[in-house]
Design a protein around this ligand. Structure first.
Ligand code: FO1
Length: 318
């Protein structure tokens, strides 16, 4: 690895937007994406990897912009035929998305690793950047709620995030091996920065940080580590982050997010509406950048990515 390179750490929808911005500023070898796999589950006999697929579809311009997951220009013949048979239709798989999941399952059953399948699919989709599953071992987010413990997809899709959460655990994380490509990138002398993308801290970023060694590698890496707040003005752009914060009785603020990741970070990016929090976050020893973090357009995604790269450059020069 001779060129300066960055590692983005991301979950699904929110993080994938920033990943797209970064992918427009950085060449293939300059950016790799460590992605959450704890949303993965077996469904209809298929191995579904939602955050990997959201990232692949987003970087390939194939994503469904309305939902944030699945593919654009989808047809739904499979789901319709499944419904007619009385099959399980609570988890919507479009026909083109189904092909990705069937082929992934086939290749995994044939002995390939999730990383190998993901790399092959990324190149099929014309993606120059490396997409790195956090681990090839099974890790599953379990959501503890007042209605009992449930799988992530049951909570997120079947129950539409309605149950009140009381906690999370990442089954299998303690014996999962961190993707060696992530290790080598974090240990590389050419690493220029690591970026925690604005995904849900509890169910998208924390599972990645739960893989043994990930936090140590982030703390020890020579390059600056920064995070982008997924909370703007007390609300999350999409998804259950703020609802979870309320149920866990933690403040729905960028400051709390900075505190949550504090031991890993050198810098923090927060939205202009939250600039009043910058002093508190700076007092944690973090360098802050205040910018627009709400990504509506492609320009917003690229602008936020540029602000992240500039912050890592500033921190490298300190
Ligand atoms: N999320 C939903 O809310 N409803 C769905 O029917 C749904 C289907 C689906 C199919 C494939 C896929 O890769 C993701 C899908 N998601 C759906 C999102 C999924 O629940 C993810 O875990 C979320 O994106 C959270 O990261």
């Amino acid at each position: 690895m001779t060129t300066e390179h960055y590692l983005a750490i991301t979950g699904g929808i929110g993080g994938a937007k920033l990943a797209l911005g970064l992918s427009r500023l950085l060449e293939g070898a300059q950016l790799a994406l460590a992605v959450n796999t704890a949303d993965d589950f077996e469904h209809l006999g298929l191995h579904i990897s939602p955050d990997i697929d959201t990232l692949v579809y987003t970087l390939a311009g194939e994503n469904n912009p309305e939902t944030g997951w699945g593919r654009k220009d989808e047809s739904w013949n499979f789901m319709q035929a499944l419904a007619e048979l009385g099959g399980e239709t609570w988890f919507a798989l479009g026909d083109r998305d189904l092909a990705v999941n069937v082929e992934r399952t086939q290749r995994l059953r044939g002995g390939q690793t999730l990383s190998q399948v993901t790399a092959a699919f990324a190149s099929k989709f014309g993606i120059a950047h490396q997409i790195l599953p956090m681990t090839d071992d099974p890790v599953a987010t379990r959501v503890m709620t007042t209605a009992g413990e449930m799988t992530f997809q049951d909570y997120f899709v079947r129950e539409r995030c309605e149950p009140a959460v009381t906690g999370f655990r990442f089954a299998g994380a303690e014996c999962a091996s961190l993707n060696p490509e992530i290790v080598s990138r974090l240990e590389s002398p050419q690493l220029a920065g690591a970026i925690l993308c604005p995904s849900n801290p509890f169910v998208s970023i924390d599972p990645i940080l739960a893989v043994p060694g990930m936090q140590d590698h982030l703390r020890e890496c020579r390059a600056p580590v920064i995070a982008v707040s997924p909370v703007v003005g007390g609300s999350a752009i999409k998804g259950p982050t703020v609802k979870m914060m309320a149920e866990l009785s933690v403040p729905n603020t960028a400051t709390w997010v900075a505190q949550h990741y504090r031991s890993l970070l050198d810098g923090f990016v927060l939205d202009t509406v939250d600039e009043g929090m910058a002093a508190d976050i700076e007092s944690m020893g973090l360098t802050t950048v205040i910018t627009n973090t709400v990504m509506v357009t492609l320009e917003d995604r690229i602008g936020l990515a540029r602000a992240c790269l500039q912050l890592t450059a500033t921190l490298r020069d300190i």
